[in-house]
Design a protein around this ligand. Structure first.
Ligand SMILES: *[C@@H]1O[C@H](CO)[C@@H](O)[C@H](O)[C@H]1NC(C)=O
Ligand SMILES: *[C@@H]1O[C@H](CO)[C@@H](O)[C@H](O)[C@H]1NC(C)=O
Length: 109
């Protein structure tokens, strides 16, 4: 019995897999507008998954000072403020624009 190979060309279904992916910034240590460590990028296929996390430390003067920012992709990203003792982590999420998480945090000021 002679088999004909399955034809994979001209698949209209392929069009549906071309979703508008968002490129996000990845950085392990972002300070004063530049990435000092672990610069990369990642791709989110759907949802607000470009994440910015500002890490604040509580100072002796009673203020929250920005220590550094981390940028990455996270499927379950949710904007929030999270406190662990003298550490505060502010999370921002965005989507739909490439590298939209670059300046969404406090670093932009
Ligand atoms: C994304 O990162 C890869 C390496 O990890 C790099 O080759 C590529 O140029 C980057 N793309 C953009 C748009 O920065
Ligand atoms: C503060 O930032 C430095 C990098 O500049 C990092 O090594 C350190 O772990 C950070 N501290 C906290 C508590 O996140």
């Amino acid at each position: 019995v002679k088999r004909t190979p399955i034809q994979l060309c001209n698949q209209p279904l392929l069009l549906f897999s071309i979703a508008p992916d968002t490129l996000c910034m990845v950085c392990k240590n972002f300070k004063k507008g530049q990435c000092l460590q672990g610069k990369d990028n990642c791709t989110m296929e759907q949802g607000p998954g470009c994440r910015t996390r500002d890490f604040f430390l509580f100072s002796e003067k009673g203020r929250w000072n920005l220590n550094h920012t981390e940028l990455d992709c996270y499927d379950f990203c949710m904007s929030s403020n999270y406190y662990i003792g003298a550490l505060k982590i502010s999370t921002f999420c965005c989507k739909g624009r490439d590298f939209c998480n670059k300046y969404t945090g406090k670093e932009k000021e």
